[in-house]
Design a protein around this ligand. Structure first.
Ligand code: AMP
Length: 337
């Protein structure tokens, strides 16, 4: 007897063709991103940069701009932030009405150095600047958004965004980091209890839950509130948990990882951009969203900062998604005797 088993029996490529490549705008769901728009200085074994554009909100917005959504951003920069980058975001249809530009103040600055394995890094400098007293004001025109992506920011800021939205979005996703677990665990847990999907990495999942096993950790974290949990495992892909279901997507093995900064945010932006463009929050569609997020993240790490993401086309993205499908698709002959 011949059985045909397919590891991935969905077709993300067909779906993405519908929403992006056929040139037909099927859905236009609004996505609101809240996250840092920043300057970064990065050191990797391949070299180092002076101040370049970074920030979780920047990466999320660029990644989500590959999909057909109305995109809104709530963030803050100082007067030192280049207008040219704001123009590039606007050109990608990111609505900047909610981006505050603080006269006489400086943009958030973060600097990090990666170890030789490129998986771990040390934060060298964090200058909060405009983020220190950031009050996330939601423009009236942003009310009624369908999807909300809360990038890594203080849990109090994330919570106030949820509270300031008059109608609850269909899906609220949130990212965070160990920094907040160290200094603000209780407010963090309160915000986590208010969201539908938490996106964190394996180390953070272990710290948040106190459990080493990611399966046990996923149960404890989902008891805190979120119905869905994504645990990112860097070069080892990502896991999605919901009820008693689990899905694993690999990361594309790359010859060279040049700079991993922003890969997690790019993943989240691609995930939410895809979910919003398809307006489908089913578990099956989240699998496709994970592949989209992973494909975009695989581009992000190929050059410093946002450079690579800013230069790829939708065709490049589609081809990479096809590589993901080929990587995980298999047929198996099995004799049951
Ligand atoms: P990732 O590599 O996905 O962890 O994200 C890196 C981005 O997060 C960088 O571009 C930084 O500007 C930004 N970032 C780092 N620390 C913080 C923080 N405490 N609050 C907000 N954004 C941050």
């Amino acid at each position: 007897m011949k059985l045909s088993l397919k590891a991935l029996h969905y077709n993300p490529v067909r779906n993405i063709e519908c929403t992006i490549f056929a040139g037909v705008k099927i859905l236009d769901m609004a996505l609101l991103t809240v996250g840092s728009v920043a300057f970064d200085a990065i050191e990797t074994p391949f070299g180092k940069t002076d101040k370049i554009i970074g920030g979780a909100g920047t990466y999320i917005a660029i990644a989500a701009s590959f999909y057909n959504n109305e995109q809104n951003i709530v963030s803050v920069v100082g007067e030192d932030f280049p207008q040219e980058m704001l123009d590039q975001l606007s050109a990608r249809k990111v609505n900047l009405q909610g981006l505050q530009i603080k006269a006489g103040e400086k943009t958030f600055f973060w600097s990090g150095r990666y170890h030789n394995d490129m998986n771990s890094r040390d934060t060298l400098v964090t200058e909060l600047n405009v983020l220190e007293h950031f009050d996330p004001i939601i423009p009236t025109g942003y009310q009624g958004v369908d999807y909300l992506m809360l990038g890594n920011l203080s849990p109090q800021v994330q919570k106030s965004v949820i509270e300031r939205l008059e109608t609850r979005p269909k899906l609220i996703a949130m990212d965070t980091m160990n920094f907040w677990m160290d200094i603000a665990m209780e407010p963090l847990k309160e915000t986590i209890s208010m969201v539908d999907l938490l996106i964190i990495n394996d180390e953070e999942a272990r710290q948040l839950s106190g459990e080493y096993s990611l399966v046990k950790a996923s149960k404890i974290i989902r008891e805190m509130g979120p119905k869905y949990l994504i645990i990112k495992k860097g070069e080892h892909g990502a896991l999605l948990f919901h009820n008693n279901k689990m899905f694993y997507a690999p990361a594309l093995p790359l010859e060279e990882v040049f700079d991993p900064t922003g890969a997690g945010d790019t993943f989240a932006g691609g995930f939410m951009g895809y979910i919003a463009s398809t307006d489908d929050t089913s578990f099956e569609n989240m699998k496709r969203a994970i592949i989209n997020g992973s494909a975009l993240a695989s581009f992000c790490v190929e050059e410093f900062g946002t450079t690579r993401l800013m230069n790829i086309t939708k065709k490049d993205l589609q081809e990479r998604i096809e590589e993901f499908v080929a990587l995980t698709n298999f047929e198996m002959e099995q004799v049951i005797g």
